[in-house]
Design a protein around this ligand. Structure first.
Ligand SMILES: Cc1cc2nc3c(=O)[nH]c(=O)nc-3n(C[C@H](O)[C@H](O)[C@H](O)COP(=O)(O)OP(=O)(O)OC[C@H]3O[C@@H](n4cnc5c(N)ncnc54)[C@H](O)[C@@H]3O)c2cc1C
Length: 324
């Protein structure tokens, strides 16, 4: 069976992988070369279903609980299984209690235990929450390595529009590009930045709670730290706002003052496609299966949703429906 996957973000690549292992002949079409304009390129890469439950429905926890295992099956060795640390400045201790009240799967840590986990934070926070089962990956590495792996396995990658008639089915994973055509799909702007410093070492994502702008800092190789992310109800994808930049930098500085001397390597803006309940959907529309609405859970939920999308492809094509 020949299947066209539109979009080479995390949704498209996980769908292509699932189709390939189930025996389909796969072509991935992305209208623009490189990953730079995909929301997936901007992501923190946290596989954090327990923390996300603070503001998300139960389905995000149950759907994301095996995300690390799914990614390990797709790309062995890319998942860092170090947990998530959540801290708050002493004046915002109420935020920590509120976060604990809305989540599960954590243990309370006192100052010494925080220092044992993250020596760079010794003496900086009196209490924290540790979510030991959470994991993270580097989205940019994962996208590139997965595309290379699929290419080696015979999946074709093209940037030019190709005749849809040549395929038995189509899976549309074009993310935010579908907002204009899909009445219940909206965009949620996320601003982020990359800092580089050798003065701070972290082993895991750290979330810093704040009543107005909670942020997270995700360590990457090469002394890089991804700082994210704003959540703004707009599809405007222009450059980062000064206020957001200040708030993200302030938060990094509040976590560790050495971030004041870090180099700002990059700022970025991504539009998270979201349905009203902020949970992704897989559905058939016309001649294509659509996977969209991954919101802030693209890396967390894409492997599971890709399997659902491919089930739909195979359920139609195995009963002999006409090609689109
Ligand atoms: C700042 C930020 C931080 C985030 N952090 C996390 C996190 O820590 N963990 C997590 O799980 N999620 C996170 N997310 C969410 C995650 O990034 C998104 O849910 C995910 O990237 C959506 O993936 P996608 O493949 O649907 O869309 P995209 O990544 O946007 O990919 C869509 C692709 O389709 C292509 N395309 C568009 N139109 C066409 C067309 N007509 N034909 C062919 N191709 C087309 C585009 O070029 C693009 O490459 C974050 C998002 C942001 C913005």
């Amino acid at each position: 069976m020949r299947v066209l996957v539109k979009g080479a973000g995390v949704a498209g690549l996980t769908v292509a992988h699932e189709l390939h292992i189930r025996g389909a002949d796969v072509t991935v079409l992305d209208s623009r070369p490189g990953f730079g304009h995909a929301a997936s390129w901007l992501a923190g890469g946290m596989l954090a279903p327990w923390c996300e439950r603070e503001s998300a429905e139960e389905a995000v926890l149950s759907g994301g609980i095996d995300a690390a295992d799914r990614w390990d099956a797709i790309l062995p060795g890319e998942v860092h299984r170090n947990g998530t640390l959540v801290v708050a400045p002493a004046r915002d201790h109420g935020e920590l209690k509120r976060f604990a009240g809305r989540t599960t799967g954590y243990e309370w840590l006192e100052e010494e235990a925080i220092a044992a986990l993250e020596p760079a934070l010794a003496g900086r926070f009196r209490q924290g929450l540790f979510f030991p089962r959470e994991t993270h990956l580097d989205p940019r590495r994962v996208l590139s390595v997965l595309q290379e792996k699929l290419g080696r396995q015979g999946v074709a990658f093209v940037n030019e529009t190709t005749s849809e008639q040549d395929f038995d089915d189509i899976v549309d994973c074009t993310g935010g590009a579908r907002i204009a055509q899909t009445p219940d799909l909206r965009g949620v702007r996320g601003e982020m930045l990359y800092l580089r410093t050798a003065e701070v070492e972290l082993a895991r994502p750290v979330r810093l709670l704040h009543p107005r702008i909670p942020v997270y800092i995700v360590p990457r190789s090469g002394d890089l730290f991804m700082i994210g992310a704003t959540m703004i109800e707009t599809e405007f994808n222009g450059p980062i706002a000064a206020r957001s930049l200040m708030e993200l930098l302030n938060a990094a500085y509040a976590l560790h003052p050495a971030f004041a001397d870090a180099t700002v390597v990059e700022t970025g803006v991504g539009i998270r496609p979201a349905f009203p309940d902020n949970f992704p959907r897989v559905r058939r529309e016309g001649n294509a299966v659509i996977l969209n609405g991954l919101y802030r859970h693209g890396f967390l939920l894409a492997p599971a949703m890709a399997a659902e999308a491919v089930d739909l492809v195979f359920s139609r094509n195995s009963i002999g429906a006409p090609a689109p």
